[in-house]
Design a protein. Structure first.
Lengths: 106, 320
C-alpha cells in the first residue's frame, strides 16, 4: 500500500467517523437546534474529509476541482438550510429554547 | 469481492428504505425517505454503468419529485387546518393497513409481480443486447454517446412524445385552477429576508447551476448528460431563485410563457416536418447531424426547465 492509498483510507475513515457522530447527534440530541448543530458538523467536516481522501485518488486536475466544487456546494446548501430550519423552528415555537435548557445538576 | 459486498449492501439498503418509506407514520418522514430512496437508486444505476439514467434519477426522481411531494404535503396540512381551525398542525398519520395484506387483491398483485419478474429474467437470457447493433452506426449520428444517439436520433420520436407528456402534465396542473383565478401567475409569491441567507443563496446558486446545466448539456454528446438532466438542473435553480423572491413566473395567460413551454417540442416537430418533406420523418440534414442534435437538445432543455418549474409552482393563484 503506497502513501496515497494509506492517506485516502485514513481521511475517508475520519470522514465516516464524523458522519457517525453527526447521526448519533441527530438521534440523541434533545431539540432542533442541537440536532442542526450536529448535522452541519457532519456535513462540512465529514464530507470535506471524504472529498479530500477521494481527491488523492482522482485522475487529473479536473476531477480534483469537481470534488472540491461538490464539497463547496454541499457546505453552502447545508449552511443555508440549517439557518432556514432554525429560523422557522424559532418562529413556530419560540418558548422551546427556554424549555430545553440544560437542567442544573447539584 | 469488495464490489459484490457493496452491491449487496446497496440492494439491502434500497429495500430497507423503501419499506421504511411505506411504513413511516408521519407524512414528511415518508417523503424524506422517498428522496433518500431515489438517491440510493441513482447509486444503483451508477453501479450498473448507466450514468445518464443515474443523473436523471437523482435529478428528477429524487429531487424534483421530492419538491412536489413536500409542496403537496404542505398544502394538505394547510387544508386540514382550514377544515378544523384551531387544531394544532399535527403531522398527518397514515396507518399501514396490515390487516389488508392477506387479501385477494394483494395476493394477485404479488403473484403477477413474481410472474413478470420470471418472464423478464427468462427474456434477458435469450435476446442479445440492442447496444451491439447501435455502436457501429454511431459515427453517422455525429455524437459518440450511444444513449444520446438513441434518444435524439434513432428513437427521436419517443423523446418528442416524452416532452409532450410533460406539457400534458402541466396542462393537468393548469386544469385545477378555479375559474376566477385563470390567467394569473402560478404559485404563491415568496418573500425572503432582504440581505438574508436565502436571498444570498438564491443569487449565488443559479450561477453555478447555469454552468452545471451547460456542462451537462454539452457533455451529453460524448460523455454522460443530456437535455432532461440539464433542464432539471435549470428548473431547480430557477425554483430556488423564485423561492427567494428574486424572480416571479409569467402569468399563465401570457403568450411568452406559452411560447417558452412549447418551444422545445415545436422545434423538434418542425424538424420532423422538414424531414418528412425532404426525406423521412425526423431525419437530420446530412451535413452535420451532430450540430442539429445539439441545437435541438438546447431548445429542449430550456422547454423542459420551464415546464418542470411551472409544474412545481402549482396552480395560478390570486394574490390577496
Amino acid at each position: 500500500m503506497n502513501f496515497l492509498n494509506i492517506m485516502t483510507v485514513t481521511l475517508t475513515t475520519a470522514g465516516v467517523l464524523f458522519f457517525i457522530a453527526g447521526t448519533v447527534g441527530l438521534l440523541r440530541f434533545p431539540d432542533v437546534y442541537c440536532r442542526l448543530h450536529a448535522l452541519t458538523k457532519a456535513d462540512n467536516l465529514g464530507l470535506g474529509l471524504i472529498a479530500l481522501g477521494l481527491m488523492l485518488q482522482a485522475d487529473g486536475a479536473g476531477a480534483v476541482l469537481r470534488l472540491g466544487l461538490v464539497w463547496l456546494l454541499a457546505i453552502l446548501a447545508a449552511a443555508t438550510t440549517a439557518q432556514l430550519i432554525a429560523r422557522s423552528a424559532l418562529s413556530e415555537s419560540p418558548d422551546e429554547l427556554t424549555r430545553s435548557a440544560p437542567v442544573e445538576r447539584n | 469481492m469488495a464490489a459484490l459486498i457493496f452491491d449487496i449492501a446497496l440492494a439491502g439498503l434500497i429495500v430497507a428504505v423503501a419499506l421504511a418509506a411505506m411504513l413511516a407514520r408521519e407524512l414528511l418522514a415518508a417523503i424524506v425517505l422517498f428522496i433518500v430512496y431515489g438517491l440510493l437508486v441513482a447509486l444503483a444505476w451508477v453501479r450498473l454503468d448507466a450514468l445518464d439514467v443515474a443523473l436523471a434519477e437523482a435529478a428528477i426522481g429524487a429531487g424534483l419529485t421530492g419538491i412536489l411531494l413536500v409542496g403537496a404535503a404542505g398544502r394538505l396540512s394547510r387544508g386540514a387546518e382550514r377544515q378544523q381551525p384551531g387544531s394544532s398542525p399535527s403531522p398527518l398519520r397514515i396507518p399501514f393497513p396490515f390487516a389488508r395484506l392477506l387479501s385477494l387483491p394483494v395476493l394477485i398483485a404479488v403473484a403477477t409481480c413474481i410472474a413478470l419478474l420470471a418472464l423478464t429474467v427468462s427474456l434477458l437470457r435469450q435476446t442479445p443486447a440492442q447496444a451491439i447493433a447501435v455502436v457501429p452506426e454511431l459515427t453517422a449520428t455525429g455524437v459518440s454517446n450511444p444513449v444520446t444517439a438513441v434518444l435524439m436520433n434513432f428513437r427521436g420520436y419517443d423523446t418528442l412524445l416524452e416532452v409532450v407528456v410533460l406539457i400534458a402534465a402541466l396542462t393537468a396542473v393548469w386544469s385545477l385552477t378555479p375559474d376566477r383565478d385563470w390567467g394569473l401567475v402560478q404559485g404563491n409569491p415568496h418573500r425572503s429576508q432582504p440581505r438574508g441567507v436565502l436571498e444570498y443563496f438564491g443569487q449565488l446558486l443559479p450561477l453555478a447551476g447555469f454552468v452545471v446545466a451547460a456542462h451537462l448539456l454539452w457533455s451529453g454528446s460524448d460523455g454522460h448528460g443530456g437535455a432532461f438532466q440539464a433542464g432539471t438542473v435549470l428548473a431547480a435553480v430557477w425554483l430556488l431563485a423564485a423561492m427567494a423572491g428574486l424572480v416571479r413566473a409569467w402569468p399563465v395567460a401570457s403568450a411568452r410563457l406559452r411560447m417558452l413551454v412549447i418551444l422545445g417540442p415545436a422545434c423538434f416537430a418542425a424538424f420532423g416536418v422538414y424531414g418528412a418533406v425532404s426525406g423521412s420523418f425526423l431525419l437530420y440534414p446530412g451535413a452535420a447531424p451532430g450540430m442539429w442534435l445539439m441545437a435541438l437538445e438546447l431548445v429542449l432543455a430550456v422547454s423542459i426547465a420551464a415546464v418542470l418549474s411551472l409544474v412545481v409552482l402549482g396552480v395560478p393563484r390570486r394574490v390577496a
